[in-house]
Every structure is written in structure tokens, then in C-alpha cells.
Ligand binder design. Structure first.
Ligand code: HEM
Length: 306
């Protein structure tokens, strides 16, 4: 049975302590802004006004996975969250990460994985035997961590791809509904830190790097839809699709401004309006429907007056 929103938040809080000011996931981040322009292929593949071709203002948040003080040199996820402020429609949100897969196949596995890592009040430490037993019974929850450990961290928030991870259903101008995933490919190319940089860079280098970069000119990402072939798993966000799947460019995100310091327009919002029907609709991936309600609960907790 799927966990309730309260159970999801309690599971996060059990590991990280009560949510007071920060998001429980990707707590460290920097606000930015820019615009999105859909391509002709985007308008063909989705009836959502986001892909209509006009310039859509966006609220952007770049984040780092881990705790609120996670090092930018750590092998955790980086994130790119976007709110598309469609002028005559409802806003559409997405929260993308720098790996193509999630760390749990279902909301149940996410919550169980958090619960088992909760520190034991007697010892102050989680029960390692229980964690080992959980991991052995849920091997899919190790796949994302292994992928992250195998790759050096991005050299910039502007030089890594970001995947939406889950499969969505795109309703095209021809009325056809096509399952697809997406990735935001950096126009600057993919660049990772060298071993030496990983050791020498300060733990908060990403925000300054992005400010310096965008001061010279916008940073951009091409949004590519990725289409499955027979046998590709549509409902498991820990199941990667082979790299050779057909990709179509449906729009470009241009980052024109980076907040000068902490806070900004992205801070108090939650990127929870994940579907944008008609045009971009949920698949049966169970982690999609499980997200908006706990995101809202988290947002209430982290934005209420202390
Ligand atoms: C069962 C599935 C999931 C649950 C229960 C969950 C839960 C949460 C919660 C509670 C937050 C904090 C929201 C806020 O305070 O605004 C959050 C943030 C986030 N999640 Fe998830 N999540 C899930 C799946 C995913 C997946 C599949 C991805 C990858 C695409 C993802 C990426 C993120 C990112 C990037 C953030 C930070 C967003 C921001 O910049 O504000 N989550 N998640």
C-alpha cells in the first residue's frame, strides 16, 4: 500500500530531523531565471502551450543532493528544477537530476529505505544489519548510488545533463499519445571535475561559478524527448533505457540570471505541478503520483514562520 504524504515526510524527518527551513531533498540550492522556447518538433509532439514556440519565463533552481551543507565536490546528484510560467495557462513544474535514474522503484521502497536508515535512539546510529537486509531485498535502490560513485561530479551546474527520469505521456498535435522521458543537454557540453579539482575546489564553488559564467552570457540546455523501444520499462524510474534511443529536441532553456546570494523566487515555491495536461501527462510510474502531496506538505513546513 502506498505511503501517505505524512508517512513520506515522517520518513525523511526520521533520518534528517524535522523540516524547518530546508527541503528534505536537494536542500542546498541557488535560484536563477530565464526562459524556454519550444521547437516546431515540440509543438508537434505536445499540445501543451509550453511548446508553442513563444518565449516562456521560467523560475529555475539549481540544487545539490545531500544535506544542507553538502559539498559541491561530492558524488551526489545535482538538480535543475524549472517552473514554466505559461502566460495563459497553468504553470508547469519539473525537478530534474543529473543521473538518468532514481534511487527507488516505488514510493514504498523510498519510504522503507529511509525508515531503515533512521538512527536508533539508543545508539544514535542506524542499524547496519537492518540496512544490509533491506538493500539485499531491494537491489534496485543501489543502482543510482553506483552510477553516481562511478562518475566524477559536474564541473558546473551548466555542464551536466539533467534527466526528468520518469516516463510521461506526450499528447501530440496529431492526437496521438507517446510515452517519453526527457533530458536537458547542456549546450556548453558535459564537463566533469578532475581528481585534482575535486580535492582543491571549495565546497560551495557551484553558485559562484554559475554567476561568473552567466555574467559573460546565458547558459543554455536543449530539452530532448527520449522515445522507448519495445521492452523498455515505462514504469520503473530505476530502470535506465539504452543510450541509443531516438531523441528529439523539443525546446531550449536559456538561463539569463542567477541570484546574487541565498534566497530568491525559487526558494519558497515547490516544484510540484509535475503534469501539464493535456500535452504532458503522468504515466503509470508509481513515483509520479506519490510526489505532489508530500512536496506540498514539505513546502508548508519549511516556509511557515518559526
Ligand atoms: C516517491 C517519489 C518521491 C518522493 C516521495 C519525493 C519527495 C520529495 C520531497 C518531499 C521534496 C521536497 C519538496 C519541497 O520541499 O519543495 C523533494 C524534492 C525534490 N525531488 Fe523528490 N521525491 C520523489 C521522487 C523524485 C524523483 C523521481 C526525482 C527525480 C527526477 C526527484 C527529484 C527531486 C528534486 C530535484 C527535488 C528538489 C526540488 C527543488 O529544487 O525544489 N524526486 N522530493
Amino acid at each position: 500500500q502506498a505511503p501517505t504524504p505524512t508517512q513520506v515526510i515522517e520518513a525523511f524527518e526520521g533520518v534528517q530531523g524535522p523540516i524547518r527551513t530546508h527541503r528534505p531533498s536537494h536542500p542546498k540550492g541557488t535560484c536563477a531565471a530565464g526562459f524556454f522556447e519550444g521547437t516546431a518538433e515540440g509543438a508537434r509532439l505536445s499540445v501543451s502551450p509550453t511548446f508553442g514556440g513563444q518565449r516562456i519565463p521560467t523560475v529555475i533552481r539549481f540544487g545539490v543532493g545531500g544535506g544542507p551543507t553538502a559539498a559541491d565536490t561530492s558524488r551526489s546528484t545535482r538538480s535543475l528544477s524549472i517552473r514554466f510560467q505559461v502566460p495563459d495557462g497553468t504553470p508547469w513544474d519539473m525537478a530534474n537530476i543529473s543521473v538518468p535514474i532514481f534511487g527507488a522503484p516505488t514510493p514504498e521502497a523510498l519510504v522503507e529505505g529511509l525508515r531503515v536508515r533512521r538512527p536508533d535512539p539508543a545508539t544514535g546510529r542506524p542499524n547496519q544489519e537492518a540496512i544490509n537486509a533491506f538493500v539485499a531485498a531491494n537491489p534496485k535502490t543501489t543502482l543510482q548510488g553506483r552510477l553516481l560513485a562511478a562518475n566524477a561530479p559536474p564541473a558546473s551546474w551548466a555542464t551536466t545533463p539533467y534527466w526528468g527520469v520518469s516516463t510521461f505521456r506526450f499528447r501530440g498535435a496529431d492526437g496521438e499519445v507517446r510515452p517519453a522521458r526527457w533530458v536537458f543537454e547542456p549546450v556548453a557540453g558535459t564537463q566533469r571535475l578532475s581528481e585534482e579539482q575535486t580535492r582543491s575546489l571549495p565546497s560551495d564553488f557551484l553558485a559562484e561559478e554559475l554567476r561568473g559564467r552567466v555574467a559573460q552570457g546565458p547558459a543554455a540546455f536543449d530539452m530532448m524527448l527520449i522515445f522507448p523501444q519495445a521492452g523498455d520499462d515505462l514504469n520503473d524510474p530505476t530502470a535506465a533505457w539504452p543510450d541509443d534511443r531516438q531523441r528529439v529536441s523539443v525546446g531550449r532553456l536559456t538561463v539569463t540570471e542567477v541570484a546574487p546570494g541565498p534566497g530568491g523566487a525559487c526558494d519558497r515555491i515547490s516544484f510540484l505541478a509535475l503534469a501539464n495536461a493535456p500535452g504532458v501527462e503522468f504515466s503509470d510510474d508509481p513515483t509520479l503520483r506519490a510526489r505532489p502531496a508530500p512536496y506540498a506538505l514539505s513546502q508548508v513546513k519549511r516556509t511557515r514562520p518559526q
